[in-house]
Design a protein around this ligand. Sequence first.
Ligand SMILES: Cc1cc2nc3c(=O)[nH]c(=O)nc-3n(C[C@H](O)[C@H](O)[C@H](O)COP(=O)(O)OP(=O)(O)OC[C@H]3O[C@@H](n4cnc5c(N)ncnc54)[C@H](O)[C@@H]3O)c2cc1C
Length: 388
Amino acid sequence: MEPNQYVDFYQLDRRLTAEEAAVRGAVRRFVSAECMPIIVDHFDKGAFPAELIPRMAQMGLFGVHVEGYGCKKRSETIYGLICQELGRCDSGLRAMFSVQNSLVMLPIYRFGSEQQRKKWLPVMARGEIIGCFGLSEPDFGSDPGGMQTKARKKGASYILNGKKMWITNGPIAQLAVIWAKLENEIRGFLVEAATPGLRISPIKRKFAYRTSPTALIVLSDCAVPQDNLLPQAKGLKAVFACLNAARFGVACGAVGAAIACYEVARDFALKREVFAKSIASYQLVQAQLVSMLVEITKAQLLAYHLGRLLDQDEARPAQISLAKLNNVQEALKIARLARDVLGARGILADYHVMRHLCDLEAVSTLEGTASMHTLILGQELTGLSAFS
Ligand SMILES: Cc1cc2nc3c(=O)[nH]c(=O)nc-3n(C[C@H](O)[C@H](O)[C@H](O)COP(=O)(O)OP(=O)(O)OC[C@H]3O[C@@H](n4cnc5c(N)ncnc54)[C@H](O)[C@@H]3O)c2cc1C
C-alpha cells in the first residue's frame, strides 16, 4: 500500500498524467524506503544525508527544468509533486533538491552561455557537483536590492567582495551562484568553492533545517574568470525568475510536510485510548483531524492548479506568493495541531511531527517571509506598494 493514499480527498490523483503519476510514485517509494529510515538520525546529528545524492541523480531528480545537457526536463507539475514527496520526509531534503534545480541549474540553463551550460549541467545532473544560491546577506534578506556585495572588472577577471548568509547547500556545494552589484546592476556569477578569496563556513546550532547544510559565505577579493559571469542574469528580474520556481516548490513541499503530520496524528488518534476509548472517537479530536484535512485539501488544490498555470506559462508572481503564504502557514498550523493530538509523544523524534514543526518555522521565513508575500499580494490588490 502506498503511503498517504487516503490524503487525496478531491481525487487529484485522477487528474495526473501517466508520467506525472509514475514520477510521483517512484519518488514516493524512494522516500518511504530509503529516506524515512535515516532522516531522524541525520536531523539529530545536524547532518545532510549525502548518501541520497547519487540515488537522486540516478532517478533523474537533478535538472528537471533543463532540456538536454544530460537532463530530462519535466513539467512544473512534476517538479511540484517531487517537492511534495520529498517534503513529506524532510524540508531540508526538499530544499537540497529545490536549490540544485531551481536556483542553480535553472539560472545556468536560462541565463548562462553555451560553454557554461556544457561545463556545469551534465555534472550537476549526475549529482557530482552540488550548487548553492547566494543572494541573502547578513543585513539584506527581505530587501535583496540593497545588497552590498560588489563586483568589479580587473583584466580578464571579476573581483568579488561581500558576504552571503543563510546559504542552503553552501557547506556541501562545489559551485555557488553569487549575486553581486557590477556598476550598480545586480549580476549573477558562477564561483567555484575552491576559488581563493571565497570562504564558506557552516552556520551551526540551528534548531530548524537541521539536515540542511546552511552557510555564511565571505568573498574577500575573490577573483573569478570573466567567463564565469552569467551573461543574461541581469537585475532582480533574473533573481525572481529563479525564486519564483523555488517558491512554488516550497508551497508544494509544505503540503508534503502537512500530510506527514496529519497521517501520524490520524493513525495515533485511532490507536490511543484515553478514558477507555480511542481518542479518535471524541468530537474535539475529530474536529482537529477534520480541520487538518480541510486545509491539506485546499493547499493541494492550490499547488495542483498553480502547477498547471506554470506549465501553461500563465502564472503570475502574486499567485505563487499566495500559494507559498497559504501552504506554509497552514502546514505550520497542521503540525501544531498534530503535535497536540499526540500528547507528550508529539515531541518525540520517532513521530516526526516536531521535526516538521521546527523546519516549517524556517520555511515560513525562507524564499520570502509571510509578511513579504502578504505585501506582494497587497500591492497586487491595491496597486500600492507598502514595502517601504
Ligand atoms: C533555513 C534557511 C535557508 C535559507 N536559504 C537561503 C539560500 O539558499 N539563499 C539565500 O540567498 N537566502 C537563503 N535564506 C535567507 C532567506 O531568504 C532570508 O532569511 C529571508 O529573505 C528573510 O531575510 P532576513 O532573515 O534577513 O529577515 P529580515 O529581512 O531582516 O526581516 C525580519 C522581519 O522583518 C519583517 N519585515 C522586513 N521588511 C518588512 C516590511 N517592509 N514590512 C513588514 N515587515 C517587514 C520580515 O517579514 C521579518 O519578519 C535562507 C533562510 C533560512 C532561514
